[in-house]
Design a binder for this molecule. Structure first.
Ligand code: NAI
Ligand code: OAA
Length: 335
């Protein structure tokens, strides 16, 4: 049997926590499937290099059949060379009492140079998923520095928020997560995000009828939007394994496609922060979370969903924050 051409995956922050949780699953085939060999390029800063080296040694010790090579570098121009998939994780996490936006000045400076290196060195089909916070605006910075790489190749993770929204709804309804469809995360990966149950179903019934609007449009939204802070309080450190899992699922669905329709219903969708072309009134050019499906290696926004007044207000508030972040990075000269 001929072996498929390997996919080159660049992971930044490979010596950090999320990097450690993601690398072994990627090498095992959880991201691109059991028939796609992978080549890993790991980018770290000098202080993180020893830890990344240790991860690379352990990867070798797993003897993963799909893993064709691991290279380490502290130079983005080397690490992004030929990248088909780029997972931009490397950046500082927040601590208790901070909002993700507080990281903008510290982390924003990382994403311009990385965007430029992607623009010059990555493969023509490169797909970029930003995990490092504030993820949407960091993705925007990378995209605006990446020359002629199509804007829609730059995305940010809201899959963790989406998965949290599914998990918390399932727990409230005492139903398995597989009973749930049609949740959307809108806007920014921040406390203003809007987990929207308007079109969600539990076993095919409107979710809002099952759990009640008072909860579904009240404490539920807060709980999902502040789950990252809740984890920080409990673990004394931000989400790691769930973030790595979400990053893997985001790229998997983007490259391999979201599932087809079952039982005659609409095809399921998920959430991802992608380049807006003005859909649902989100200003063009922002990287904002939408309901999305993927086919043929491209995200497509699920269009035509009704948006009532409550949802409109929530979406607009989160999008206003994205607009303010864009203005802030323009003022900082990062884009
Ligand atoms: N979007 C999401 O859903 C989530 C995002 N995050 C974010 O992910 C980021 C990483 O989190 P952790 O892995 O827990 O942090 P960590 O501190 O354990 O690891 C970060 C790694 O990035 C490296 N790094 C820093 N600057 C770099 C650069 N310019 N190039 C390459 N590597 C660089 C550091 O040396 C470190 O090894 C944080 O910004 C965190 O807030 C965390 C959870 C969920
Ligand atoms: O909350 C944080 O700082 C880390 C993160 O993005 C998340 O867990 O969603």
């Amino acid at each position: 049997m001929t072996r498929n051409t390997p996919t080159t995956i660049t992971l930044t922050g490979a010596g950090g926590q999320i990097g450690y949780a993601a690398l072994f699953r990627i090498a095992a085939g959880d991201m691109l499937g059991p028939d796609r060999p992978v080549r890993l390029r790991l980018l770290e800063i000098p202080q993180g290099m020893k830890s990344a080296e240790g991860a690379a040694m352990e990867l070798a010790d797993c003897a993963f059949p799909l893993l064709e090579g691991v290279e380490l570098s502290d130079d983005p121009n080397v690490a992004f060379d030929g990248a088909n998939v780029a997972l931009l994780v490397g950046s500082r996490p927040r601590g208790p009492g901070m909002e993700r936006g507080d990281l903008l000045a510290a982390n924003g400076a990382i994403f311009g140079p990385q965007g430029r290196a992607i623009g010059v060195h990555a493969a023509d089909d490169v797909r970029v998923a930003v995990v490092g916070n504030p993820a949407n605006t960091n993705a925007l910075i990378a995209q605006r520095n990446a020359g002629d790489v199509p804007a829609e190749r730059f995305t940010a993770l809201t899959r963790l928020d989406h998965n949290r929204a599914v998990g918390l709804l399932a727990a409230q309804a005492s139903r398995p997560v597989t009973a749930i469809e049609g949740i959307t995360i809108w806007g920014n990966h921040s406390a203003t995000q809007y987990p929207d149950l308007s079109h969600a179903t539990i076993d095919g019934a409107p979710a809002i009828d099952v759990v009640g609007a008072e909860w579904g449009r009240g404490p539920y939204i807060e709980r999902v939007a502040k789950r990252g802070a809740e984890i920080i309080e409990v673990r004394d450190g931000s989400s790691v394994a769930s973030a790595a899992n979400a990053a893997i699922e985001h790229v998997r669905d983007w490259v391999l496609g979201t599932p087809a329709a079952r039982d005659g219903g609409p095809a399921p969708w998920t959430s991802a922060a992608i380049h807006s072309r003005g859909e649902y009134g989100v200003p063009e050019g922002l990287i904002s979370s939408f309901p999305v499906r993927s086919a043929g290696g491209e995200w497509q926004i699920v269009e035509g969903l009704s948006v009532d007044e409550f949802s409109r207000g929530r979406i607009d508030a989160s999008v206003a924050e994205l607009v303010a972040e864009r203005e802030a990075v323009e003022e900082l000269g990062l884009v």
